[in-house]
Design a protein around this ligand. Structure first.
Ligand code: SF4
Ligand code: SF4
Length: 131
């Protein structure tokens, strides 16, 4: 008998991984260390292969971040390179960054609600709205 998950109100198995298409998925030093261990490469190699620097400066703010590298995607414009483009699953799940573990930071996911609503409207369980 399957047990209904009452903890969260979203189902990532029915979503093509919208959150993995966010352009700036921030990684920490610990995240890079974890990825380096997962792939058995040095910290510097992991940093170079899997991440890139993001810099932005305006009068109001100055941003300096290290983010996951992206690649082109057929569903969204691009996604994190660790998202399986066919299965739509994280290929480094055990070693994924902290920000991915925390998301969506609650019992609900805004995109999943949007997805569910649009699929109901369209009468198509597979429909993927442009975000
Ligand atoms: S956008 Fe929401 S439902 Fe989709 S994979 Fe991310 S957390 Fe799961
Ligand atoms: S590391 Fe995994 S969960 Fe995080 S953005 Fe990439 S594919 Fe998604």
């Amino acid at each position: 008998m399957s047990k209904k998950n009452t903890e969260v109100k979203y189902d990532c198995s029915k979503c093509p991984g919208y959150c993995c298409s966010y352009p700036r998925i921030i990684v920490t030093k610990e995240d890079i260390e974890r990825l380096a261990g997962h792939f058995n490469v040095s910290f510097d190699e992991a940093k170079k292969r899997f991440t890139q620097a993001y810099r932005y400066e305006s009068k109001e703010e100055k941003i300096k971040e290290q983010i996951l590298r992206h690649r082109k995607d057929d569903v969204y414009k691009s996604t994190c390179q660790f998202l399986d483009p066919v299965k739509r699953r994280c290929t480094v799940y055990q070693a994924r960054p902290a920000v991915c573990r925390e998301y969506p930071n609650g019992k609900t996911c805004g995109y999943y609600q949007f997805l569910k609503f649009e699929r109901k409207q369209q009468g198509d369980k597979e429909f993927i709205p442009s975000a």
